[in-house]
Design a protein around this ligand. Structure first.
Ligand code: ZN
Ligand code: ZN
Length: 431
């Protein structure tokens, strides 16, 4: 079956939080070739050209990518004259930076995503940042600047740069995180807060949880994978209404032109609940003692995303309804709130359904059969019919995919760095 675009024209399925093999603890396979090939299998249209402050990697990207319009790139053709087919993904320069500074007597660590309109701008930002850090040490550098001062530095280089918080709720590196974050964007970004167009909600929270947080205002809620390996690319995604041009993608963020987001179940993320990994203690916010300390070791618990969202929420109950696999809300919610769907990555679903490890050859064979037979992983997870899939994979796998679409899942929440689990429920029983 030929590649079929899943979304309407003028819609881009985007994964703008990625890493290269030059960031610490990432797969050595993460080069432009792998990023592009994996995006084609998964059905992603627009990718981050990540880690752009790293000098060697930036040079590699500059030679492996070619301009494909204003501020966007695609794989270089290396002299081949054949036109690129429609599934060839586009890239835009987006890098993650870890800001580390002291403010109000507390040390702060906040991760942000920074978009740049050209390699020339990426060069000039990197030149300035090299005064703070050896940028060759890590593709995701730690920079001794506040989020405000980093944004200000980028805007001085080029006013078209865009910056927003990454995985905003995680305890250690989120702008709203329990360990080193803030209660408001204004505390972190100061007079530049109004130029923060979006919040990356992260794996452990859904848009619905963020809808009740007044501080976010009308900002776009976006989701990306933060993948450190090809397999995890696209596990969360944002569908923008945008043209494949830098200005259009940037304005889609500022104007909140999010069509939908594709999400993990928040319990699947590794910081959803409170707890202590080493003490094997997991607690919901209600079960957590008022002093926030662990009963086993007496030290402060790692307070997770749900706890922090509750603390910053206005407590309003939001009515939602499920339609065509998308969770919608009624108009009562402040601002424009895009619907979202909650998926489980296809490899994990196959692994659970057939009882084989996620990295086994059996799982890979079924994954390859489904994605090559039905176009893309996203098409399999969202749209392919029972019959289409039944011709390729056995009934247990097909039932698991269909169960997730209708929200038939059982969850076991993650905490303190331990991933949670999400299992499809098939005719009342777990796979
Ligand atoms: Zn991060
Ligand atoms: Zn403990």
């Amino acid at each position: 079956m030929p590649y079929t675009r899943l979304m309407a024209s003028k819609q881009l399925v985007a994964d703008l939080h990625l890493h290269s093999r030059y960031a610490l603890a990432t797969s050595p396979r993460l080069n432009i070739e792998t990023l592009a090939e994996t995006a084609i299998v998964k059905g992603i249209d627009l990718l981050a050209a990540p880690d752009f402050t790293h000098p060697d990697w930036r040079e590699e990207m500059r030679s492996d990518l070619e301009p494909a319009g204003d501020g966007v790139f695609r794989r270089a053709t290396r002299g081949e004259t054949a036109g690129k087919d429609a599934s060839e993904p586009l890239f835009v320069l987006v890098t993650e930076i870890s800001c580390i500074w002291k403010q109000s007597g507390k040390s702060r660590r906040v991760h942000v995503l920074l978009m740049a309109p050209s390699f020339d701008v990426a060069d000039r930002i990197s030149e300035k940042l090299s005064n703070y850090q050896d940028l060759a040490a890590d593709g995701r550098p730690m920079i001794g600047l506040s989020t405000h001062d980093l944004y200000s530095l980028a805007l001085e280089v080029d006013a078209r740069c865009v910056l927003f918080p990454a995985h905003a709720w995680t305890p250690w590196y989120g702008v709203y995180g329990s360990k080193s974050g803030f209660d408001s964007l204004e505390e972190s970004f100061g007079d530049l807060a109004h130029l923060v167009p979006a919040i990356e909600t992260g794996l452990s929270s859904t848009p619905e949880m963020n809808w009740t947080v007044p501080d976010i205002g009308d900002r776009a809620l976006v989701s990306f994978s933060d993948a450190h390996s090809p397999a995890t690319m696209g596990r969360e995604l944002t569908v923008f209404e945008a043209e494949p041009k830098y200005e259009s993608i940037a304005s889609a963020l500022f104007e909140n032109r999010v069509v939908e987001t594709i999400e993990f179940h928040p319990e699947h993320g590794k910081y959803h609940s409170n707890g202590h990994r080493n003490c094997d203690i997991r607690l919901s916010p209600e079960e957590t003692p008022a002093d926030g300390r662990c009963k086993a070791c007496g030290r402060p618990l790692t307070l997770g995303v749900l706890q922090r969202v509750n603390e910053l929420s206005n407590g309003s109950a939001i009515k939602t309804f499920l339609k065509d696999g998308l969770v919608h809300t009624e108009r009562s919610v402040q601002g424009r709130r895009a619907p979202f769907r909650q998926l489980v990555p296809l490899r994990e679903l196959i692994s659970q359904a057939i009882g084989s490890g996620v990295n086994t050859k059996r799982v890979a064979a079924i994954y390859d059969g489904l994605t090559s037979g039905l176009g893309t992983e996203l098409n399999v997870l969202i749209r392919a019919s029972h019959d289409e899939m039944g011709g390729i994979a056995d009934e247990r796998v097909v039932s698991a995919i269909v169960a997730v679409r209708s929200g038939e899942v059982e969850v076991d929440p993650g905490f303190d760095g331990v991933y949670g689990t999400v299992k499809p429920r098939i005719q009342g029983s777990l796979v």
